[in-house]
Ligand binder design. Structure first.
Ligand code: HMG
Ligand code: MG
Length: 289
């Protein structure tokens, strides 16, 4: 039997959050509706964060109300605190995600909190998600390096991963937020993290600033990871990580995995159509009705 690898689509969230011109709701919904036909098991469509911090995601509840749900897809959303969780739950999120950092500098810039303070905010989210039986994902940012603190020690990543696991995160996504990781550094980071959490509970989240994301995915595959985050059309960046480029493009990851003999379950033709739609949403033209 061929090995299945899941691509967790983050374009409507990690991709679009970085666009400064506000994209009309109908265009976001059209992209999500197209992505729902590609064959993904999960699509991250929303982010219930402060609209002052990320204005592009302010219409998350409206997006989730307007999109057409496919029965086979779980629709996920970011939830930085209990207020965000309550909004995500009310909007019908099937899965929620808390997001921590392995570095203090990025934690402050992204969440206005130290790593320890961010964990205090996540604790009630984890409790609520468990009692509502909503699957909880965890993110760790800056697993290789941080725009504020420099190189991240692998042990710091392992500690944050272990803390998220204690909250009951069923999966923890390892973010190379700046997209500058080299395969050797990714391998060393994974060696430390795998001492804490098995590969089946990890996902790789590679931004592609220096074109090394596919090489980093290869290293992670060799370490046993079978879930990779990607954004259709290579959309994105992170508003609190200056210089970071988009996530690795879903269509490139899908083509790479297929060429390597893995099964992704994705329809490459519909995916290509979605990539064209996504690309047209970039920049000032993306904000037009
Ligand atoms: P804060 O200012 O410290 O929050 O921000 P606060 O608790 O003091 O509240 C201040 C105001 O925010 C209040 O409103 C709250 O109601 C409101 P006011 O009384 O001033 O009108 N507020 C909220 N509003 C809506 N939804 C909420 C919410 N919480 C408070 N959930 C906070 C703390 C966490 C809210 C803020 O720092 C924030 O929203 N940060 C999010 C930043 C973000 O979204 N970054 C991008 C996503 S992470 C990422 O992209 C990395 C990832 O892809 C992995 C990788 O690549 O590394 C996941
Ligand atoms: Mg990201």
């Amino acid at each position: 039997m061929q090995d299945y690898v899941e691509i967790y689509e983050v374009g409507p969230r990690d991709g679009l959050q970085n666009e400064t011109a506000i994209i009309p709701l109908a265009r976001k919904v059209a992209l999500i509706d197209l992505l729902s036909k590609v064959g993904f098991r999960r699509i991250e469509v929303a982010s219930f964060v402060s609209p002052k911090w990320v204005p592009q995601m302010a219409d998350s509840a409206a997006v989730m109300a307007a999109m057409t749900r496919a029965a086979s897809v779980r629709y996920a959303a970011l939830t930085p605190n209990l207020q965000g969780y309550a909004a995500a739950k009310a909007a019908g999120a099937d899965e929620v995600a808390v997001f921590a950092s392995a570095s203090e500098g990025f934690s402050q810039a992204n969440l206005n909190a130290s790593i320890a303070e961010s964990m205090e905010r996540f604790a009630p989210v984890a409790l609520a998600a468990r009692s509502d039986a909503v699957p909880l994902r965890g993110y760790v940012s800056c697993v290789i390096d941080c725009p504020y603190d420099g190189a991240t020690p692998p042990q710091a990543v392992a500690q944050t991963v272990a803390a998220l696991r204690r909250f009951g995160c069923h999966e923890i996504s390892l973010g190379d937020t700046l997209g500058q990781g080299r395969p050797e550094a990714v391998d060393a980071m994974l060696a430390a993290v795998l001492n804490e959490v098995p590969a089946q509970q990890l996902a790789g989240h590679f931004h592609d600033t220096n074109g090394r994301a596919l090489g980093n995915i290869a290293v992670a595959l060799a370490r046993g990871l079978r879930v990779f985050d990607a954004a259709v059309g290579g959309l994105g960046g992170c508003p609190y990580a200056p210089g970071a480029a988009g996530n690795v493009a879903t269509e490139r990851v899908a083509a790479y995995l297929t060429a390597q003999g893995y099964v992704t379950g994705l329809d490459h033709a519909v995916l290509q159509q979605a990539a064209v739609t996504a690309q047209a949403m970039r920049g000032p033209l993306g904000a037009q009705e």
